[in-house]
Design a protein around this ligand. Structure first.
Ligand code: MG
Ligand code: ZN
Length: 405
């Protein structure tokens, strides 16, 4: 059911102001220790098929919407932040100019978000970082440690190591806790932090506010011997990810016609949970949306982007994120140039898919598009992407039923 809008309507100001306050913002702190005695350079700086593990780590954090990264890389931090700043212009890098956990936590005092991701740069663990923050909040935990199932045993074991409880599918015997990934509450950790992550987690477990979870997900630990040979193969595979492409209006939100304000916006049933389930499963989630409301003068492209930021903020509250949103602002007949245009991005043409493919390494043959109109399905067909028609109802059930998550 489409509603006609005859004239442009101004955006209400109130939600714009609250936009960034409401957002579940996470910073990240990456520990980057120098080389071990038998190494010439640290493993996170070793290029593997043209890219370092650190660059992969940054890429992965930023696609979750984490846009400020504190680096603890000792004296090499300044060069590193300059290098990464060129590669990732949307990310704000902060050189802490210190080494080690306790000095790093000390240096972030008063500067880092209320909770943040703590990662060891020598290992990459790809899981839903926003989902971890949600777990932390739900369990009133000062820290959540996520452990990969794929890790061989490490010195610190679950149970014996002091994690009071592990939830999720039955935790298998010995699991490393120092090769996982943590989300930490700032106020619980910035004072008197010990030197190692393991010691920090042990300390936190004594307060009863430490939670653990065992997750599937790509995991690469460069500290383990002989890793480089297998790392190349594993990383190359991981870097090309399947995607689930989603139309927006009619798939994520009810399509009232030209939805562009929070007042107009209503989620399709369980859409945020569906996006989270897709995030948890490790695929890219990319939104492709026709927005001829721009050409028609109902809203500007800036307003569209701002509104997309509001949607992203709502998703984050559910532990979910969209990796990227691509939109077509054009219409062949309405409005004025440059928006009145016969473009190649308005679905059913596949231009938005092409834009996504140009910016992300996507395994198209393992990808799926979900849309509610013929135009969506035709765009997918033009690039040989399997497509599913969503006809309303519960989006979480839909993605489960089709084995997408
Ligand atoms: Mg639609
Ligand atoms: Zn277009």
């Amino acid at each position: 059911m489409n509603r006609t809008i005859d004239q442009p309507r101004p955006l209400p100001g109130a939600w714009r102001q609250s936009l960034f306050e409401e957002t579940m913002h996470l910073d990240a702190l990456i520990l980057l220790p120098g080389p071990a005695e038998d190494e010439t350079s640290p493993p996170w700086l070793t290029p593997i098929q043209g890219r370092t593990l650190l660059e992969d780590t940054v890429w992965n954090l930023s696609r979750h919407g984490i846009r400020r990264l504190f680096l603890a890389a000792g004296s090499g931090g300044a060069d590193l932040t300059a290098h990464l700043g060129n590669l990732f212009p949307d990310v704000n890098f902060v050189d802490l100019a210190v080494d080690g956990l306790s000095a790093a936590l000390d240096a972030t005092k008063g500067r880092i978000t209320k909770s943040f991701v703590l990662a060891d740069g020598r290992a990459l663990f790809d899981c839903n970082y926003l989902g971890l923050e949600l777990l932390r909040k739900e369990h009133c935990a000062a820290a959540v440690v996520a452990l990969p199932t794929s890790t061989p045993s490490h010195p610190v074991l679950l149970g014996d190591g002091g994690i009071p409880s592990i939830f999720g599918e039955g935790a298998p015997g010995p699991v490393a806790m120092d090769s996982g990934l943590c989300v930490l509450e700032r106020d619980a950790v910035v004072d008197d932090a010990p030197e190692t992550v393991t010691a920090l987690l042990r300390k936190l477990s004594s307060t009863g506010r430490l939670q653990g979870v065992v997750l599937q997900g790509f995991h690469l630990d460069m500290r383990l011997p002989g890793d480089l040979a297998t790392a190349e193969k594993q990383l190359a595979q991981w870097r090309v990810k399947p995607a689930v492409f989603l139309d927006r209006d009619g798939v994520l939100n009810e399509d009232h016609g030209y939805v562009h304000t929070p007042e107009d916006f209503a989620w399709i049933t369980n859409a945020p949970l569906a996006v989270k389930a897709l995030n948890d499963s490790g695929v890219l989630v990319i939104v492709l949306t026709n927005q001829s409301g721009v050409a028609r003068g109902y809203f500007t492209e800036d307003e569209f982007r701002e509104f997309t930021g509001w949607i992203d903020a709502q998703l984050a509250e559910h532990g979910a994120h969209v990796d990227a949103t691509y939109h077509c602002p054009h219409h062949p007949e309405h409005g004025e140039p440059p928006y009145r245009a016969t473009c190649d991005c308005r679905k059913p043409l596949p231009g938005l898919i092409d834009q996504a493919v140009a910016q992300w390494s996507i395994a198209l043959n393992k990808s799926t598009l979900i849309g509610d109109s013929d135009r969506d399905l035709e765009a997918a067909a033009a690039r040989d992407i399997p497509a599913l028609r969503f006809e309303g109802g519960d989006l979480l059930n839909f993605v489960r039923k089709h084995d997408l998550a």
